[in-house]
Ligand binder design. Structure first.
Ligand code: SF4
Length: 275
């Protein structure tokens, strides 16, 4: 049975396609992993990818992806997979999610991948969101903007990672040094094209930084003043263990702290979903 505690991308032994039960999507999310090579341009302390390496995605084999996605959608729609592998209360396909064992927008043929997925969603008459789960680092690239434009025309939605603000905190949490200004620009380049949710994972390390909450809220306020289609913030703690060195020592932010953080964000007029 699939569960929110097991996001093993090998459950169906396919190269690109994997089903999960997602607490954030609220049912079955059909993932499309553009980084089967386990390479990411970031190295988040809480990352759940085993054997994560620094790097970028390889070009996706579109023939293999089409074969896998077509067959698995057929199985989900008309086969017995839901009944045999998904808890009864979750037997609803909620979204297709472009994600990866690494950053999916480092994929060199990203816009061709989006085009293929949209075509198959149309074939199966799927009226559900097509989500992109991203760290936002490649949003300035032309072929990614093309992919985003296509997504926006087909119930697309971006989940854009912002765990920390500024060079020091992003280095500590995400393993890259990002300026607050660059983060804001990347987010705006996304939200100006496609509806966007910010996704923020909070562990004890952020909680213990006395400036973290105020820095985040003030940065977000400035971003909102610039406009763009920012739908809200998905705020969450750890659900599954980190696969990175020292990951077993990470502690999730507690519920009470997340509730206070959520209230501060809501005071900016944004929706917040805590999980
Ligand atoms: S951006 Fe995602 S895949 Fe990359 S290291 Fe962070 S959590 Fe892992």
């Amino acid at each position: 049975m699939l569960s929110i505690y097991n996001h093993d991308r090998d459950t169906v032994q396919l190269t690109y396609v994997y089903p999960v039960v997602s607490r954030r999507a609220g049912g079955v999310s059909l993932g499309i992993n553009l980084n089967p090579n386990n390479k990411c341009n970031w190295q988040c302390v809480y990352c759940q990818v085993p054997n994560l390496q620094r790097g970028v995605a390889d070009k996706v084999d579109l023939i293999v992806l089409e074969r896998e996605l077509d067959a698995f959608l057929l199985e989900l729609m008309h086969g017995s997979y839901m009944k045999t592998h998904v808890p009864e209360q979750c037997r609803q396909l909620q979204d297709l999610a472009i994600s990866g064992n690494g950053e999916p927008t480092t994929c060199p043929n990203f816009s061709d991948v989006v085009d293929l997925i949209v075509r198959l969603m149309q074939k199966y008459r799927l009226v559900i969101p097509l989500r992109l789960i991203t760290n936002g680092s490649c949003m300035h690239k032309e072929h990614i903007q093309q992919g985003l434009t296509m997504m926006a025309a087909h119930r697309g939605e971006v989940w854009f990672k912002v765990d920390a603000i500024g060079e020091n905190m992003t280095m500590a949490i995400n393993g890259v040094s990002l300026s607050a200004r660059w983060q804001a620009e990347q987010l705006q380049k996304t939200a100006q094209v496609c509806p966007t949710w910010i996704q923020t994972c909070v562990i004890q390390q952020q909680v213990e930084d006395s400036h973290y909450m105020s820095t985040y809220v003030s940065w977000l306020n400035d971003v909102l003043l610039q406009g763009g289609n920012i739908q809200g913030v998905l705020l969450y703690g750890l659900a599954r263990p980190s696969m990175q060195e020292g990951g077993d020592k990470l502690v999730s932010a507690d519920k009470a702290w997340l509730a206070v953080f959520a209230q501060k964000i809501e005071s900016l007029g944004l929706a917040v979903k805590v999980s």
